[in-house]
Design a protein around this ligand. Structure first.
Ligand code: TYM
Length: 341
């Protein structure tokens, strides 16, 4: 019997940041360490998702290849035979299934997606690609029957939508898809209390995002460790004079605590305890700055040593195998909806 699948994707429309790393890449690498052998691990670059918002197209290919290297620098073991890395557009079934799923997804559902509302807000020309992007994401997941999808908090709604589309189509056509498991069970599987949402350092009520224009609120994985440490020291906090983990009243401080806990792989409660009773934020910021600096120095060292030939070999063999797997699901769907006999 084939193995159950754990799957996630990270777009390549810009360099990845600490939010992407802590929210999705690190959890995926941890799951590989824990479950490879038992589960199939799919980590891919959703390159067709890259231009749902405007980008510099002349850099996309290079950025895609760079991001694949980031996976390895983050600790993904590409020698593991249950692990697959690939580019979405190299597996045409993703696009084909999207067209089919579109007719079983409602405009109302897509209009309610927070990401669509946030990214489209105030823009004169919002592309149909941005509106439809969760359906492409559903195809990414359903083609491989992925049960677990480690993502940050901003993508949870899309995983729920995927589940709804799968259940709807199963009700109509019989057991076509394996829906991803409910979010609560996903969290249990990943030993998480909730999905992570790393905040912008300057405006901690907003999430850390690639589209931040000044770059001051975002730690990019390519930032020099010294600059990153400075960004942490300059992070917005508050004037309450106490260290508490409460995003309602102290989002800046809570964000720093979350960064420290995930970087040091410690339960958040333990980290909070260490700062109990402190009235200054300096020591906390210094510890986070140090943790970020150490992490980036190590990460960038590993990145410089990624073996590109091995990576290309893994990429090409994964794409060949995943084309077979994806086409098998696609054929099943084509038959179910009456396109094939
Ligand atoms: P993307 O490329 O915007 O982000 C990649 C991953 O990083 C997470 N993330 C964060 N986590 C914590 N704090 C933050 N500030 C933060 N910012 C981003 C995202 O939640 C995501 O997990 N549509 C997806 C990519 C995608 C995908 C898929 C994911 C396409 N198909 C199938 C899973 C399965 C996206 O745009 O993520």
């Amino acid at each position: 019997m084939s193995k159950q699948v754990i799957l996630t994707g990270l777009r390549a429309n810009n360099d990845l940041h600490l939010g992407n790393y802590l929210g999705a890449l690190l959890p995926m690498v941890d799951l590989q360490k824990k479950y490879a052998g038992e589960y199939q691990i799919n980590l891919f670059v959703p390159d067709l998702h890259s231009f749902t918002t405007p980008i510099d197209h002349s850099k996309l290919y290079e950025q895609t290849m760079h991001n694949l290297k980031l996976f390895v620098a983050a600790g993904l073991d590409i020698e593991n035979s249950d692990t697959y890395i690939y580019r979405q557009s190299y597996i045409p079934a993703h696009s084909e299934l999207t067209v089919i799923l579109n007719s079983f997804t409602y405009m109302g559902e897509l209009s309610r997606m927070t990401q669509f509302k946030e990214k489209g807000e105030g823009k004169q020309n919002v592309s149909a690609g941005l509106f439809d992007y969760p359906v492409l994401m559903a195809a990414d997941i359903l083609l491989y029957g992925a049960m677990y999808v480690p993502v940050g908090a901003d993508q949870t709604q899309h995983v729920e939508l995927t589940r709804n589309i799968a259940i709807r189509m199963n009700n109509k056509f019989g057991e076509l898809f394996t829906p991803p498991v409910e979010i609560k069970k996903q969290l249990e599987f990943m030993s998480q209390n909730e999905r992570l949402r790393i905040r912008d350092l300057v405006q901690p009520t907003k999430k850390m995002s690639k589209s931040d224009e000044s770059g001051m609120g975002v730690i990019f994985l390519s930032d020099s460790p010294e600059i990153a440490a400075k960004k942490i020291m300059g992070a917005t906090t508050d004037s309450m004079g106490k260290v508490q983990y409460d995003y309602e009243t102290q989002p800046g401080v809570s964000n720093l605590l979350d960064m420290l806990a995930t970087l040091s792989n410690e339960p958040i409660g333990n980290v909070v305890k260490r700062y109990e009773g402190q009235v200054q934020y300096g020591p906390l910021k210094k510890d986070v700055a140090e943790a970020v600096k150490t992490f980036l120095t190590d990460f960038q060292g590993k990145l410089a040593n990624v073996n590109t030939d091995k990576l290309m070999h893994k990429l090409e063999s994964s794409e060949a195998e995943m084309n077979v797997m994806a086409n098998s699901t696609l054929t099943k769907v084509q038959k179910a909806v009456g396109l094939r006999q």
